[in-house]
Design a protein around this ligand. Structure first.
Ligand code: NAD
Length: 471
Protein backbone atom coordinates (compact mmCIF):
# COMPACT_ATOMS: atom_id res chain seq x y z
CA UNK A 1 0.00 0.00 0.00
CA UNK A 2 1.25 3.49 -0.84
CA UNK A 3 1.33 5.50 2.38
CA UNK A 4 2.57 8.67 0.72
CA UNK A 5 0.49 11.79 1.51
CA UNK A 6 -1.58 13.23 -1.37
CA UNK A 7 0.70 16.29 -1.41
CA UNK A 8 3.89 14.25 -1.73
CA UNK A 9 2.25 11.99 -4.30
CA UNK A 10 1.23 14.97 -6.45
CA UNK A 11 4.71 16.47 -6.17
CA UNK A 12 6.23 13.17 -7.21
CA UNK A 13 3.83 12.83 -10.15
CA UNK A 14 4.76 16.26 -11.46
CA UNK A 15 8.41 15.30 -11.83
CA UNK A 16 8.14 13.50 -15.16
CA UNK A 17 5.74 16.12 -16.52
CA UNK A 18 8.10 18.94 -15.57
CA UNK A 19 10.89 17.22 -17.51
CA UNK A 20 8.63 16.69 -20.51
CA UNK A 21 7.48 20.34 -20.48
CA UNK A 22 11.09 21.51 -20.89
CA UNK A 23 10.70 21.09 -24.64
CA UNK A 24 7.12 22.37 -24.87
CA UNK A 25 6.52 24.91 -27.63
CA UNK A 26 5.01 28.39 -27.42
CA UNK A 27 1.94 27.11 -29.28
CA UNK A 28 1.36 24.33 -26.74
CA UNK A 29 1.68 26.70 -23.79
CA UNK A 30 -0.54 29.30 -25.44
CA UNK A 31 -3.25 26.68 -26.04
CA UNK A 32 -3.33 25.99 -22.29
CA UNK A 33 -3.52 29.68 -21.43
CA UNK A 34 -6.37 30.18 -23.91
CA UNK A 35 -8.33 27.32 -22.32
CA UNK A 36 -7.69 28.70 -18.86
CA UNK A 37 -8.72 32.24 -19.86
CA UNK A 38 -11.89 31.03 -21.55
CA UNK A 39 -12.87 28.87 -18.58
CA UNK A 40 -12.41 31.83 -16.21
CA UNK A 41 -14.66 33.96 -18.42
CA UNK A 42 -17.27 31.21 -18.75
CA UNK A 43 -17.55 30.97 -14.95
CA UNK A 44 -18.21 34.64 -14.37
CA UNK A 45 -21.34 33.98 -12.30
CA UNK A 46 -19.38 31.51 -10.17
CA UNK A 47 -16.84 34.20 -9.26
CA UNK A 48 -19.58 36.74 -8.44
CA UNK A 49 -21.20 34.22 -6.10
CA UNK A 50 -17.90 33.30 -4.45
CA UNK A 51 -17.17 37.02 -3.94
CA UNK A 52 -20.56 37.55 -2.32
CA UNK A 53 -20.29 34.44 -0.14
CA UNK A 54 -16.73 35.00 1.00
CA UNK A 55 -16.85 38.69 1.98
CA UNK A 56 -19.60 40.42 0.09
CA UNK A 57 -17.18 41.50 -2.59
CA UNK A 58 -19.22 43.60 -5.03
CA UNK A 59 -19.64 42.16 -8.56
CA UNK A 60 -18.14 45.31 -10.09
CA UNK A 61 -14.95 44.72 -8.09
CA UNK A 62 -14.93 41.04 -9.05
CA UNK A 63 -15.03 42.18 -12.68
CA UNK A 64 -12.38 44.87 -12.30
CA UNK A 65 -9.92 43.27 -9.93
CA UNK A 66 -10.40 39.50 -10.27
CA UNK A 67 -11.56 38.63 -13.80
CA UNK A 68 -10.20 41.53 -15.89
CA UNK A 69 -6.56 41.22 -14.68
CA UNK A 70 -6.60 37.47 -15.37
CA UNK A 71 -7.90 38.05 -18.90
CA UNK A 72 -5.39 40.84 -19.47
CA UNK A 73 -2.52 38.68 -18.17
CA UNK A 74 -3.59 35.78 -20.38
CA UNK A 75 -3.99 37.92 -23.51
CA UNK A 76 -0.66 39.64 -22.95
CA UNK A 77 1.09 36.27 -22.59
CA UNK A 78 -0.72 34.85 -25.63
CA UNK A 79 0.42 37.79 -27.77
CA UNK A 80 4.01 37.89 -26.54
CA UNK A 81 5.04 34.42 -25.43
CA UNK A 82 6.70 33.39 -28.69
CA UNK A 83 9.02 36.40 -28.51
CA UNK A 84 9.65 36.00 -24.75
CA UNK A 85 10.73 32.40 -25.33
CA UNK A 86 13.16 33.15 -28.15
CA UNK A 87 16.80 32.75 -27.13
CA UNK A 88 18.37 36.22 -26.92
CA UNK A 89 21.69 36.60 -28.71
CA UNK A 90 24.45 38.30 -26.71
CA UNK A 91 27.50 40.15 -28.09
CA UNK A 92 30.88 38.70 -27.09
CA UNK A 93 33.05 40.71 -24.74
CA UNK A 94 36.72 41.43 -25.48
CA UNK A 95 37.69 38.56 -23.24
CA UNK A 96 35.62 36.10 -25.25
CA UNK A 97 36.05 37.37 -28.79
CA UNK A 98 35.34 34.60 -31.23
CA UNK A 99 32.51 33.04 -29.22
CA UNK A 100 28.77 33.10 -29.87
CA UNK A 101 26.50 33.30 -26.86
CA UNK A 102 22.86 33.46 -26.00
CA UNK A 103 20.51 33.61 -23.09
CA UNK A 104 17.65 31.15 -22.97
CA UNK A 105 14.64 31.10 -20.71
CA UNK A 106 14.18 27.57 -19.51
CA UNK A 107 11.36 26.35 -17.25
CA UNK A 108 12.27 26.20 -13.58
CA UNK A 109 10.37 22.91 -13.20
CA UNK A 110 7.98 22.14 -10.37
CA UNK A 111 6.54 25.36 -8.90
CA UNK A 112 4.48 26.14 -5.83
CA UNK A 113 2.07 29.09 -5.80
CA UNK A 114 0.68 30.15 -2.42
CA UNK A 115 -1.89 32.92 -2.58
CA UNK A 116 -3.77 35.24 -0.20
CA UNK A 117 -7.49 35.81 0.25
CA UNK A 118 -7.90 39.44 -0.81
CA UNK A 119 -7.95 38.85 -4.59
CA UNK A 120 -8.27 35.07 -4.51
CA UNK A 121 -8.90 34.41 -8.20
CA UNK A 122 -6.51 36.97 -9.66
CA UNK A 123 -3.60 36.29 -7.29
CA UNK A 124 -3.82 32.53 -7.84
CA UNK A 125 -4.50 32.41 -11.58
CA UNK A 126 -2.30 35.30 -12.81
CA UNK A 127 0.89 33.72 -11.39
CA UNK A 128 -0.28 30.40 -12.81
CA UNK A 129 -0.47 31.99 -16.28
CA UNK A 130 3.18 33.08 -15.87
CA UNK A 131 4.13 29.58 -14.65
CA UNK A 132 2.44 27.92 -17.64
CA UNK A 133 3.93 30.47 -20.05
CA UNK A 134 7.37 29.57 -18.74
CA UNK A 135 6.70 25.82 -19.18
CA UNK A 136 6.35 24.65 -15.57
CA UNK A 137 4.11 22.39 -13.56
CA UNK A 138 2.40 23.96 -10.56
CA UNK A 139 0.78 23.17 -7.26
CA UNK A 140 -1.58 25.91 -6.06
CA UNK A 141 -2.46 26.62 -2.43
CA UNK A 142 -5.18 29.31 -2.24
CA UNK A 143 -6.23 30.88 1.06
CA UNK A 144 -8.43 29.17 3.62
CA UNK A 145 -10.05 32.53 4.45
CA UNK A 146 -11.99 32.63 1.17
CA UNK A 147 -13.21 29.01 0.98
CA UNK A 148 -15.79 29.58 -1.77
CA UNK A 149 -13.20 31.01 -4.12
CA UNK A 150 -10.70 28.29 -3.20
CA UNK A 151 -13.15 25.49 -3.92
CA UNK A 152 -14.14 27.00 -7.26
CA UNK A 153 -10.49 27.45 -8.19
CA UNK A 154 -9.87 23.78 -7.37
CA UNK A 155 -12.79 22.75 -9.59
CA UNK A 156 -11.61 25.00 -12.42
CA UNK A 157 -8.12 23.52 -12.38
CA UNK A 158 -9.39 19.94 -12.06
CA UNK A 159 -11.51 20.48 -15.18
CA UNK A 160 -8.61 21.82 -17.23
CA UNK A 161 -5.46 20.03 -16.10
CA UNK A 162 -4.34 16.62 -14.96
CA UNK A 163 -2.82 16.67 -11.45
CA UNK A 164 0.59 15.76 -12.80
CA UNK A 165 0.65 19.19 -14.44
CA UNK A 166 -1.41 21.58 -12.28
CA UNK A 167 -3.28 20.77 -9.10
CA UNK A 168 -4.76 22.57 -6.09
CA UNK A 169 -4.53 21.84 -2.37
CA UNK A 170 -6.98 23.73 -0.23
CA UNK A 171 -6.24 24.36 3.42
CA UNK A 172 -4.47 26.53 5.93
CA UNK A 173 -0.94 26.88 7.29
CA UNK A 174 -0.76 23.14 7.99
CA UNK A 175 -1.13 22.40 4.28
CA UNK A 176 1.35 25.17 3.36
CA UNK A 177 3.83 23.79 5.86
CA UNK A 178 3.72 20.33 4.31
CA UNK A 179 4.10 21.82 0.84
CA UNK A 180 7.02 23.96 1.96
CA UNK A 181 8.97 20.90 3.04
CA UNK A 182 9.22 19.75 -0.57
CA UNK A 183 12.14 20.68 -2.83
CA UNK A 184 10.20 22.73 -5.37
CA UNK A 185 12.18 24.42 -8.13
CA UNK A 186 10.47 27.74 -7.40
CA UNK A 187 8.00 29.18 -4.90
CA UNK A 188 5.81 32.15 -5.77
CA UNK A 189 4.27 33.44 -2.55
CA UNK A 190 1.81 36.31 -2.19
CA UNK A 191 0.89 37.29 1.36
CA UNK A 192 2.08 39.04 4.48
CA UNK A 193 5.72 39.87 5.28
CA UNK A 194 5.44 37.71 8.43
CA UNK A 195 4.52 34.58 6.48
CA UNK A 196 6.91 35.61 3.69
CA UNK A 197 9.76 35.12 6.19
CA UNK A 198 8.49 31.62 7.01
CA UNK A 199 8.29 30.78 3.30
CA UNK A 200 11.78 32.09 2.61
CA UNK A 201 13.26 30.19 5.55
CA UNK A 202 11.57 26.96 4.36
CA UNK A 203 12.75 27.56 0.79
CA UNK A 204 16.30 28.06 2.04
CA UNK A 205 16.37 24.52 3.41
CA UNK A 206 15.99 23.21 -0.16
CA UNK A 207 17.79 26.12 -1.86
CA UNK A 208 14.56 26.80 -3.71
CA UNK A 209 14.30 30.19 -5.40
CA UNK A 210 11.44 32.44 -4.29
CA UNK A 211 9.33 35.30 -5.52
CA UNK A 212 7.75 37.06 -2.56
CA UNK A 213 4.89 39.47 -3.21
CA UNK A 214 4.32 41.01 0.21
CA UNK A 215 2.67 44.06 1.76
CA UNK A 216 3.49 46.91 4.08
CA UNK A 217 2.65 50.53 4.68
CA UNK A 218 2.22 52.36 1.38
CA UNK A 219 2.34 56.13 1.87
CA UNK A 220 0.50 58.80 -0.13
CA UNK A 221 1.82 62.35 -0.34
CA UNK A 222 -0.53 65.20 -1.25
CA UNK A 223 1.54 68.37 -1.58
CA UNK A 224 0.47 71.99 -1.83
CA UNK A 225 0.48 71.94 -5.65
CA UNK A 226 -1.77 68.86 -5.99
CA UNK A 227 -5.05 68.76 -7.87
CA UNK A 228 -7.11 68.28 -4.71
CA UNK A 229 -10.25 67.05 -6.44
CA UNK A 230 -8.40 64.36 -8.33
CA UNK A 231 -6.33 63.43 -5.27
CA UNK A 232 -9.43 62.97 -3.09
CA UNK A 233 -11.16 60.93 -5.77
CA UNK A 234 -8.17 58.63 -6.31
CA UNK A 235 -7.34 58.23 -2.61
CA UNK A 236 -10.91 57.43 -1.58
CA UNK A 237 -11.40 55.00 -4.48
CA UNK A 238 -8.15 53.15 -3.82
CA UNK A 239 -8.76 53.04 -0.05
CA UNK A 240 -12.37 51.84 -0.31
CA UNK A 241 -11.92 49.38 -3.16
CA UNK A 242 -12.16 45.89 -1.59
CA UNK A 243 -12.62 47.79 1.71
CA UNK A 244 -8.95 48.74 1.71
CA UNK A 245 -7.91 45.07 1.71
CA UNK A 246 -5.42 45.57 -1.10
CA UNK A 247 -1.66 45.12 -0.79
CA UNK A 248 -0.95 48.33 -2.71
CA UNK A 249 -3.80 50.41 -1.25
CA UNK A 250 -2.81 53.74 0.29
CA UNK A 251 -2.04 52.89 3.91
CA UNK A 252 -1.49 56.37 5.38
CA UNK A 253 -1.39 59.86 3.97
CA UNK A 254 0.79 62.97 4.29
CA UNK A 255 -1.00 66.19 3.36
CA UNK A 256 0.53 69.66 3.24
CA UNK A 257 -0.89 71.85 6.02
CA UNK A 258 -1.91 74.59 3.56
CA UNK A 259 -4.30 72.32 1.65
CA UNK A 260 -5.33 69.90 4.38
CA UNK A 261 -8.82 71.26 5.07
CA UNK A 262 -9.72 71.59 1.38
CA UNK A 263 -8.43 68.09 0.65
CA UNK A 264 -10.34 66.53 3.56
CA UNK A 265 -13.53 68.30 2.54
CA UNK A 266 -13.15 66.78 -0.94
CA UNK A 267 -12.62 63.34 0.62
CA UNK A 268 -15.83 63.69 2.65
CA UNK A 269 -17.72 64.69 -0.48
CA UNK A 270 -16.39 61.63 -2.31
CA UNK A 271 -17.52 59.29 0.47
CA UNK A 272 -20.94 60.87 0.76
CA UNK A 273 -21.50 60.75 -3.00
CA UNK A 274 -20.43 57.11 -3.18
CA UNK A 275 -21.88 55.61 -0.03
CA UNK A 276 -24.44 58.06 1.35
CA UNK A 277 -24.43 60.11 4.51
CA UNK A 278 -24.99 57.68 7.38
CA UNK A 279 -22.76 54.85 8.45
CA UNK A 280 -25.82 52.66 8.75
CA UNK A 281 -26.60 53.35 5.09
CA UNK A 282 -23.05 52.45 4.15
CA UNK A 283 -23.31 48.98 5.65
CA UNK A 284 -25.92 48.12 3.08
CA UNK A 285 -24.49 49.60 -0.11
CA UNK A 286 -23.83 46.77 -2.54
CA UNK A 287 -20.51 48.19 -3.72
CA UNK A 288 -18.60 48.31 -0.45
CA UNK A 289 -16.90 45.01 0.41
CA UNK A 290 -16.88 43.73 3.96
CA UNK A 291 -13.87 42.70 6.00
CA UNK A 292 -12.92 39.10 5.34
CA UNK A 293 -13.68 37.73 8.81
CA UNK A 294 -14.32 38.51 12.45
CA UNK A 295 -10.65 38.25 13.45
CA UNK A 296 -9.61 40.89 10.92
CA UNK A 297 -12.57 43.12 11.87
CA UNK A 298 -11.50 42.93 15.52
CA UNK A 299 -7.92 43.70 14.47
CA UNK A 300 -9.11 46.84 12.64
CA UNK A 301 -11.25 47.85 15.62
CA UNK A 302 -8.15 47.46 17.79
CA UNK A 303 -6.17 49.80 15.50
CA UNK A 304 -8.95 52.39 15.57
CA UNK A 305 -9.46 52.18 19.36
CA UNK A 306 -5.72 52.57 19.93
CA UNK A 307 -5.63 55.64 17.64
CA UNK A 308 -8.60 57.20 19.47
CA UNK A 309 -7.04 56.49 22.85
CA UNK A 310 -3.96 58.42 21.69
CA UNK A 311 -5.90 61.54 20.81
CA UNK A 312 -6.92 60.65 17.24
CA UNK A 313 -10.18 61.97 15.78
CA UNK A 314 -12.38 60.17 13.26
CA UNK A 315 -13.31 62.74 10.61
CA UNK A 316 -15.60 60.31 8.80
CA UNK A 317 -16.96 56.86 9.66
CA UNK A 318 -15.49 55.55 12.89
CA UNK A 319 -18.09 52.77 13.05
CA UNK A 320 -17.15 49.10 13.31
CA UNK A 321 -19.62 46.21 13.48
CA UNK A 322 -17.69 43.10 14.42
CA UNK A 323 -20.73 40.83 14.02
CA UNK A 324 -21.32 42.06 10.50
CA UNK A 325 -17.59 42.24 9.60
CA UNK A 326 -18.13 45.86 8.62
CA UNK A 327 -15.81 48.84 9.00
CA UNK A 328 -17.02 52.21 7.73
CA UNK A 329 -14.45 54.15 5.63
CA UNK A 330 -12.73 56.22 8.29
CA UNK A 331 -10.30 59.12 8.03
CA UNK A 332 -8.34 59.55 11.25
CA UNK A 333 -6.60 62.80 12.08
CA UNK A 334 -4.23 63.80 14.87
CA UNK A 335 -2.53 60.46 15.47
CA UNK A 336 1.09 60.27 16.57
CA UNK A 337 3.59 57.95 14.95
CA UNK A 338 3.69 55.59 17.93
CA UNK A 339 0.06 54.60 17.35
CA UNK A 340 -0.40 51.09 15.99
CA UNK A 341 -2.33 52.47 13.03
CA UNK A 342 0.88 54.19 11.88
CA UNK A 343 3.09 51.22 12.72
CA UNK A 344 1.25 48.14 11.37
CA UNK A 345 -0.09 47.45 7.88
CA UNK A 346 -3.77 48.51 8.12
CA UNK A 347 -5.34 46.42 5.35
CA UNK A 348 -8.79 47.93 5.82
CA UNK A 349 -10.73 51.15 5.14
CA UNK A 350 -8.98 53.26 7.81
CA UNK A 351 -6.86 56.18 6.61
CA UNK A 352 -4.64 58.05 9.09
CA UNK A 353 -3.70 61.56 7.99
CA UNK A 354 -0.39 63.23 8.83
CA UNK A 355 -0.02 66.97 8.28
CA UNK A 356 3.35 68.24 7.01
CA UNK A 357 5.07 71.55 6.35
CA UNK A 358 8.23 70.53 4.51
CA UNK A 359 8.92 67.64 2.18
CA UNK A 360 12.16 66.67 3.93
CA UNK A 361 10.21 65.59 7.02
CA UNK A 362 8.01 63.37 4.82
CA UNK A 363 11.03 61.79 3.18
CA UNK A 364 12.65 61.18 6.58
CA UNK A 365 9.45 59.54 7.83
CA UNK A 366 9.14 57.26 4.81
CA UNK A 367 12.79 56.28 5.10
CA UNK A 368 12.38 55.54 8.82
CA UNK A 369 9.96 52.69 8.02
CA UNK A 370 10.31 49.49 6.00
CA UNK A 371 10.43 49.96 2.23
CA UNK A 372 6.81 49.95 1.05
CA UNK A 373 5.21 48.21 -1.93
CA UNK A 374 4.27 51.54 -3.52
CA UNK A 375 4.57 55.28 -3.12
CA UNK A 376 1.77 57.55 -4.33
CA UNK A 377 2.48 61.21 -5.04
CA UNK A 378 -0.15 63.84 -5.76
CA UNK A 379 1.66 66.91 -7.02
CA UNK A 380 2.17 69.09 -10.06
CA UNK A 381 5.61 70.21 -8.88
CA UNK A 382 8.20 68.24 -10.88
CA UNK A 383 11.00 69.01 -8.43
CA UNK A 384 8.99 67.70 -5.49
CA UNK A 385 8.02 64.57 -7.44
CA UNK A 386 11.63 63.95 -8.47
CA UNK A 387 12.88 64.51 -4.94
CA UNK A 388 10.39 62.04 -3.46
CA UNK A 389 11.26 59.41 -6.05
CA UNK A 390 15.03 59.84 -5.80
CA UNK A 391 15.32 60.02 -2.03
CA UNK A 392 13.04 57.13 -1.04
CA UNK A 393 12.63 53.50 -2.08
CA UNK A 394 9.50 51.44 -2.77
CA UNK A 395 8.40 48.58 -5.01
CA UNK A 396 6.77 50.99 -7.46
CA UNK A 397 5.64 54.60 -7.74
CA UNK A 398 2.48 56.13 -9.13
CA UNK A 399 2.15 59.87 -9.66
CA UNK A 400 -1.31 61.49 -9.54
CA UNK A 401 -3.06 58.13 -9.37
CA UNK A 402 -2.98 54.91 -7.36
CA UNK A 403 -2.86 51.17 -7.96
CA UNK A 404 -2.85 51.46 -11.77
CA UNK A 405 0.84 50.49 -11.85
CA UNK A 406 -0.34 46.92 -11.21
CA UNK A 407 -2.23 46.89 -14.50
CA UNK A 408 0.75 47.95 -16.64
CA UNK A 409 1.88 44.65 -18.12
CA UNK A 410 5.10 46.15 -19.51
CA UNK A 411 6.28 47.11 -16.03
CA UNK A 412 7.45 44.72 -13.32
CA UNK A 413 5.17 44.53 -10.28
CA UNK A 414 6.77 43.72 -6.96
CA UNK A 415 8.15 44.97 -3.69
CA UNK A 416 11.58 45.61 -2.28
CA UNK A 417 12.94 43.91 0.85
CA UNK A 418 10.14 43.96 3.42
CA UNK A 419 7.48 44.46 0.73
CA UNK A 420 8.83 41.60 -1.37
CA UNK A 421 11.42 40.40 -3.81
CA UNK A 422 11.20 39.31 -7.42
CA UNK A 423 8.53 40.47 -9.80
CA UNK A 424 5.21 39.54 -11.36
CA UNK A 425 3.34 40.71 -14.46
CA UNK A 426 3.90 40.17 -18.17
CA UNK A 427 7.44 39.34 -19.23
CA UNK A 428 8.62 39.87 -15.64
CA UNK A 429 6.25 37.16 -14.39
CA UNK A 430 7.44 34.83 -17.16
CA UNK A 431 11.02 35.60 -16.14
CA UNK A 432 10.31 34.86 -12.46
CA UNK A 433 9.18 31.37 -13.43
CA UNK A 434 12.16 30.85 -15.76
CA UNK A 435 15.82 30.13 -15.26
CA UNK A 436 17.94 32.50 -17.35
CA UNK A 437 20.50 30.11 -18.71
CA UNK A 438 23.74 31.36 -20.23
CA UNK A 439 25.01 29.41 -23.23
CA UNK A 440 28.47 30.09 -24.73
CA UNK A 441 29.58 28.37 -27.94
CA UNK A 442 33.05 28.54 -29.35
CA UNK A 443 34.17 27.78 -32.86
CA UNK A 444 37.83 28.66 -32.58
CA UNK A 445 40.24 26.30 -30.94
CA UNK A 446 40.53 27.86 -27.49
CA UNK A 447 41.49 24.83 -25.46
CA UNK A 448 43.50 25.87 -22.38
CA UNK A 449 46.95 24.41 -22.17
CA UNK A 450 48.32 22.67 -19.11
CA UNK A 451 51.76 23.84 -18.10
CA UNK A 452 54.21 21.79 -16.19
CA UNK A 453 53.95 22.45 -12.44
CA UNK A 454 51.33 25.11 -13.18
CA UNK A 455 53.99 27.59 -14.28
CA UNK A 456 52.92 29.99 -17.02
CA UNK A 457 55.81 30.64 -19.49
CA UNK A 458 57.24 34.15 -19.65
CA UNK A 459 56.13 34.83 -23.23
CA UNK A 460 52.50 34.00 -22.30
CA UNK A 461 52.64 36.16 -19.19
CA UNK A 462 53.76 39.08 -21.41
CA UNK A 463 50.88 38.49 -23.84
CA UNK A 464 48.40 38.29 -20.96
CA UNK A 465 49.73 41.50 -19.42
CA UNK A 466 49.27 43.37 -22.70
CA UNK A 467 45.85 41.82 -23.20
CA UNK A 468 44.64 42.77 -19.72
CA UNK A 469 45.69 46.42 -20.15
CA UNK A 470 44.06 46.46 -23.61
CA UNK A 471 40.63 45.13 -22.52
P1 NAD B 1 -1.04 35.57 4.84
O1 NAD B 1 0.43 35.76 4.76
O2 NAD B 1 -1.66 35.43 6.17
O3 NAD B 1 -1.49 34.28 4.00
C1 NAD B 1 -1.07 34.07 2.68
C2 NAD B 1 -1.04 32.58 2.38
O4 NAD B 1 -0.09 31.97 3.25
C3 NAD B 1 -2.37 31.87 2.61
O5 NAD B 1 -2.57 30.93 1.58
C4 NAD B 1 -2.18 31.18 3.95
O6 NAD B 1 -2.91 29.98 4.08
C5 NAD B 1 -0.70 30.88 3.95
N1 NAD B 1 -0.14 30.84 5.31
C6 NAD B 1 -0.61 31.44 6.42
N2 NAD B 1 0.17 31.15 7.48
C7 NAD B 1 1.17 30.37 7.03
C8 NAD B 1 2.29 29.74 7.64
N3 NAD B 1 2.54 29.88 8.94
N4 NAD B 1 3.11 29.00 6.87
C9 NAD B 1 2.87 28.86 5.56
N5 NAD B 1 1.82 29.42 4.92
C10 NAD B 1 0.97 30.16 5.65
O7 NAD B 1 -1.67 36.80 4.02
P2 NAD B 1 -3.20 37.14 3.80
O8 NAD B 1 -3.81 37.58 5.09
O9 NAD B 1 -3.86 36.04 3.06
O10 NAD B 1 -3.07 38.38 2.80
C11 NAD B 1 -2.81 39.68 3.26
C12 NAD B 1 -1.35 40.04 3.11
O11 NAD B 1 -0.92 39.77 1.78
C13 NAD B 1 -1.11 41.53 3.31
O12 NAD B 1 0.09 41.72 4.00
C14 NAD B 1 -1.01 42.06 1.89
O13 NAD B 1 -0.29 43.27 1.79
C15 NAD B 1 -0.32 40.92 1.20
N6 NAD B 1 -0.59 40.91 -0.23
C16 NAD B 1 0.42 41.22 -1.10
C17 NAD B 1 0.17 41.27 -2.47
C18 NAD B 1 1.24 41.64 -3.46
O14 NAD B 1 1.03 41.43 -4.66
N7 NAD B 1 2.37 42.18 -3.04
C19 NAD B 1 -1.11 40.99 -2.94
C20 NAD B 1 -2.10 40.67 -2.02
C21 NAD B 1 -1.84 40.63 -0.66
Amino acid sequence: MNSQSPIRAAFQQQRATALRLRTSTAAERIAKIVRLRDAVIARREVWYKAGEDDFRKPPGEVDLAEIAPVIAAANHAIRNLASWMKPKGVWPTMMLLGTRSHLRYEPRGRCLIISPWNYPLNLTISPLISAIAAGNTAILKPSELTPHFSTEIRKLIADLFTPDEVTVFEGDAVVSTELLELPFDHIFFTGSPAVGKIVMAAAARNLTSVTLELGGKTPVVVDASADLDLAAQVVMWSKCNNAGQTCMAPDYLFVHASVKEAFLENCRKQLTAAYGVTNDGRTHVPFLAHVVNRRHTERLKGLLDDAMARGGRALTGGVVSVDDCFVAPTIVDGVDFDARILQEEIFGPLLPIVEFHDLDSVIDRINAGEKPLALYIHSTDDRAIQSLIERTSSGGVCVNHAMIQYFHANLPFGGVNHSGMGTASGFYGFRSFSHERAVVRTQLSMAPKLFKAGEVPGWLRNVLNRFITWI
